[in-house]
Design a protein around this ligand. Structure first.
Ligand code: URA
Length: 258
């Protein structure tokens, strides 16, 4: 890739800033001061230094964001703040959110440039777990819980897959889903004559939202956390063909909300 792109991806600044650094002789490649920002570097083998410090290139980056209310799960947006914009200096051109949370929904949103992992995490075939903390208008009774756990009609061809309900108190549950349909939690609660007052995703694919992150804050994932995601993304390869066919149709229809 071009040296200026490499420097941008390492978060040194904008394209014009990094070009200025090169002109000022602050960048060296394999021991020689770089003079041409357009020169090609091999990010796997060339050793690039800025002000004497080596820049270790990472192809893929992974962040967990505690998405606040009012932010849309997008790379850019004309009207609203896009989740990716919250990364500030860490924002590389190629980062995107893995799936969607509604604008009024808070909590764990994964941001990455690893398209393959994202695709596998979102694939309906993988049944990656998502855990939501749900504040509801009314307490659930035993029959509501039975329906949510068994799967229920939310107005689509297929009922929802079995989910898990853990009652935290009269107005709050943890709901674990193994799929991600459009507005799924809200529609499931509607189907049992209830209403979601607040919704927060607290886990995704085994990755748990860091309680130290205030809304709007983010941090990079550790290697072990990325491994947890990889493992979630590689499970459940062998569904029966009927479920797999449905999963494909669902993905084509673009209903997965992550
Ligand atoms: N379910 C919803 O209703 N909304 C979301 O954003 C995620 C799950």
């Amino acid at each position: 890739m071009r040296l200026d792109r490499f420097l941008c991806e390492m978060n040194l600044g904008t394209r014009s800033q990094v070009k200025a650094y090169v002109r000022q002789g602050l960048v060296s490649v394999n021991g020689a001061v770089a003079r041409d920002a357009a020169a090609k570097v091999d990010e796997r083998s060339d050793r690039v230094f800025f002000r004497g410090q080596e820049l270790k290139y990472r192809k893929f980056v992974y962040y967990m964001l505690n998405k606040p209310e009012g932010v849309v799960s997008a790379t850019t947006d004309k009207r609203d703040t896009a989740a990716v914009a919250l990364l500030g200096r860490d924002c590389r051109e190629d980062i995107f959110p893995v799936g969607r949370l509604d604008k009024d929904v808070t909590g764990l949103l994964l941001l990455t440039n690893d398209g393959d992992l994202a695709h596998r995490l979102l694939s309906p075939r993988k049944h990656v777990d998502k855990v939501y903390q749900v504040d509801m208008a009314r307490p659930l009774d035993a029959e509501d819980i039975r329906q949510l756990e068994q799967g229920l009609d939310i107005g689509e061809e297929r009922s929802t897959l079995p989910a898990r309900v853990e009652v935290l108190d009269a107005g709050r549950i943890l709901l674990t889903l193994h799929e991600g349909r459009f507005h799924q939690v809200k529609r499931m609660l509607q189907a049992v004559d209830n209403e979601v007052l607040k919704l927060k995703r607290i886990a995704f694919g085994g990755l748990v939202l860091d309680g130290g992150l205030a809304p709007g804050e983010y941090r990079e994932l550790g290697e072990e956390e990325v491994a947890v995601l990889r493992s979630a993304a590689s499970k459940h390869e062998d569904l029966d063909s009927c479920t797999a066919e449905y999963a494909d149709a669902e993905q084509e229809a673009g209903v997965n909300d992550g």
